[in-house]
Write a protein that binds this ligand. Structure first.
Ligand code: 4NP
Length: 152
């Protein structure tokens, strides 16, 4: 079976999408899924994930300190099979960048995997407290279970 390439996308690529990347990598059987993440903005290129995301992942036994922020680029539409946006703003940004219909079809809202058609956002925890990160982790954990059920 061909390896499936999954890209997680948020705004900064330091809070939500690094958690989503770490969780999906942790759950996926080795060798069957390639997972990466990116931000729609250029705000945090080259940076480690936010220390609150690092701490939250660590609490659940996942190390995300190998990750560094990068910006989404148009060639990601060729490199990835599934592109998951964390919220509707990221989703609109990605759809607007898609060069063709096939690329546009790769873009999904990640919580649509858990709540189909409800168009729910993963809330941006950047300006909040640690509880927000735990809440985000739990949402993404559920979503990653559904993603693996779908693709494996
Ligand atoms: P993320 O959170 O999109 O989940 O990585 C944010 C990180 C940084 C900023 C906004 C959201 N920022 O404005 O710098």
């Amino acid at each position: 079976m061909a390896k499936i390439n999954v890209l997680m996308v948020c705004l900064g690529n330091i809070c939500r999408s690094p958690l989503a990347e770490g969780i999906l990598k942790h759950k996926a059987p080795s060798g069957e899924v390639f997972v990466d993440s990116a931000g729609t903005s250029n705000y945090h290129i080259g940076e480690l994930p936010d220390q609150r995301s690092v701490a939250t992942a660590r609490k659940y036994g996942i190390d995300i300190t190998d990750q560094r922020g990068r910006q989404f680029k148009t060639s990601d539409f060729d490199a990835f099979d599934l592109i998951y946006a964390m919220d509707q703003s990221n989703y609109q940004h990605l759809v607007a960048m898609a060069p063709d219909e096939a690329s546009r079809q790769k873009v999904h809202l990640i919580l649509d995997e858990v709540y189909p058609g409800e168009r729910m956002d993963v809330p941006d925890p950047y300006y909040g407290g640690d509880m927000g990160f735990d809440n985000v982790f739990k949402m993404l954990d559920q979503a990653c279970d559904r993603i693996l059920e779908k693709i494996l």
